[in-house]
Design a protein around this ligand. Sequence first.
Ligand code: 7PM
Length: 286
Amino acid sequence: MRLDLLRGALDLTVPVTMGIVNVTPDSFSDGGRYPDPDAAVAEGLQMAREGAAILDVGGESTRPGAGPVCADEEIRRVVPVVRGLVQAGSLPVSVDTSKPEVIEAAMEAGAVIINDVRALRAEGALEAAAGCGAAVCLMHMQGEPGTMQQAPRYRDVVEEVYAFLADRIERSLAAGISEFSIVVDPGFGFGKTLAHNLILARNLERFLDLGRPLLVGVSRKSMIGAILDRAVDERLWGGLALAVMAVERGASILRVHDVGPTVDVIRMAAAVAGLDKDADKDGSNG
Ligand code: 7PM
């Protein structure tokens, strides 16, 4: 599988990691009002050295209960970090946003992928992404971040998420986005109970029928906390287990905080799954 970008393409024959670069208040250097773009850029470059294939910059907290951020504030947070990462070099940069103004500013600054937890449902977002030639990640979410975890309900979570993503693909194509520039994501934790998340993980292969690369974001999420009774900073191993299972079920992009460990896990899982042809041909002992 391949993902076409505005400049170049990303080979997804072997799954890759997308490193999470947060520029939200919880990641500010003073723990308060001012984001530190240099620190965020340094974090991103470290992830690049650890083997990330994409860096995902986010300025709007989608934390359950988080308040909204205006477009100007989001642009002030995100654009300096995108510029810094793009100037430093090699990796495609994606930006986590739903707002047309931010999509345009981010693409202008050199981003090539728009990762939207609202799947471009905001007024003008589809047109903005199509107009700038962005590749897009379309994610499923039930409700809005502030209230989505209050009472998630589905008749059939897999089929409802599938139908939603199929519809968002169709609308993206109609807006002029190339099919080869679309990624889909079932949106773990976004308006889902633990049971819903487990059913989605178990049935991840169903989403391959959409014909597009699958992105999975489970890194440090509450589904790991709920099963293992672990705090956020103790969820690495649970996340790595889920990474193995996601690769076995056909995921192409893993959105993670811990790039280095995830790269090792992907390489092992991909070698066994037969995705890494070089590993199969290797004549060395081992
Ligand atoms: C608080 C709660 C802070 C949740 C951050 C989050 C995804 C994403 C996020 C995902 C895609 C996190 C989430 N999650 N984009 N953005 N897929 N495509 O845990 O699963 O990172 S934010």
